[in-house]
Design a protein around this ligand. Structure first.
Ligand SMILES: N[C@@H](CCC[C@H](N)C(=O)O)C(=O)O
Length: 304
């Protein structure tokens, strides 16, 4: 039997003869492998995450939600007093990201389904800080995503023969938002769109392409850092709402009035409100589609 070369010598669930549970879920078709692991006993190396998220070799997903008690995770222990659960989010290529907007709704839905929390208000720890979440009885979930930061450095994004200026919006993670005439101008998005000048996004960037659909209503496509084109991106939708408001001359912090945008994505619709205090609220659905067990023999073959 193949064994994993592990740096971390803690006994794995496999070593202890336990199976590893998983669920599969999505938020507006941004899909995730969910690994419930309250005690942080499952070692998920970048390469193991990449294989789990592979749509042929693994379970398939744009990303992975590792569900851990904050107190049990070194990156989240300092938030344990505020939020019992930590969303240890990974992109599909195994890289770590600060935040995932669709992911946090799916995470909250999982916690409720598993009986860890009830509908209503809860807090979720993320690498982007503690997020306040409201699970509505209708099933819709609203997340207070924090305030957008708009760094002054701006990049140009290029696809083929087209180049566009972008809004630089940080939602905990980096976004470049380009207003285009037609979403097809973004091309096949098989590779990351080029941004220039170098250095505006030292950690890489998520790129959104946006067209107008009506009053306070836009549609977008996204190329996600560490994933590729996805059918939805929650933080991206928030970045798009803020960029569109500024383009439209709207800033709730100045006018004192909240602004709500409807954002259509290939996988569904999100409502994004920027409040007068700058807080961004995202509302949308979350779905669990399956649950099962990861083959422990197969998991043991993954390079951890
Ligand atoms: N799909 C997510 C964003 C996930 C992280 C992103 N790929 C990054 O690297 O910043 C969302 O719904 O926000």
């Amino acid at each position: 039997m193949a064994t994993r070369a592990r740096k971390d010598k803690r006994p794995t669930p496999y070593d202890r003869g336990m199976s590893i549970a998983f669920l599969k879920g999505h938020g507006t078709q941004n899909d995730f492998v969910i690994v419930p692991d309250p005690d942080n006993a499952v070692q998920l190396s970048p390469s193991a995450v990449a294989v789990l998220c592979d749509r042929r070799a693994g379970l398939g997903g744009d990303g992975l939600l590792h569900v851990v008690r904050s107190a049990a995770h070194p990156e989240a222990a300092h938030m344990a007093g505020e939020a019992e659960w930590f969303m240890d989010y990974r992109n599909g290529d195994g890289s770590v990201a600060e935040m995932c907007g669709n992911g946090v709704r799916v995470f909250a839905h999982y916690l409720q389904r598993a009986g860890h929390v009830e509908a209503g208000d809860l807090a979720v720890a993320t690498r982007g800080g503690v997020k306040r979440v409201h699970i509505d009885k209708s099933g819709d979930i609203t997340v207070s995503m924090g305030k957008a930061v708009l760094p002054e450095d701006r990049a140009t994004v290029t696809v083929g023969e087209h180049s566009w200026p972008t809004y630089n919006v940080n939602m905990g993670n980096p976004h470049a938002v380009a207003f285009v005439d037609d979403l097809d101008q973004a091309g096949d998005l098989f590779t990351a769109p080029a941004t220039a000048p170098a250095g505006v996004y030292p950690e890489g960037v998520n790129v959104e392409f946006v067209v107008d659909r009506g009053e306070r209503h836009v549609a977008m496509r996204v190329h996600e850092r560490g994933v590729g084109e996805t059918r939805s991106c929650g933080t991206g939708a928030c970045a798009v709402a803020v960029a569109t408001a500024r383009r439209d001359g709207l800033d709730p912090a100045r006018t004192g009035s909240p602004v709500t945008y409807t954002i259509d994505l290939p996988g569904g619709r999100l409502a994004i409100t920027e409040r007068a205090d700058g807080e961004i609220e995202m509302t949308g659905p979350a779905v669990i589609v399956a649950e099962g067990e990861i083959s422990s023999e197969w998991f043991e073959t993954l390079d951890a």
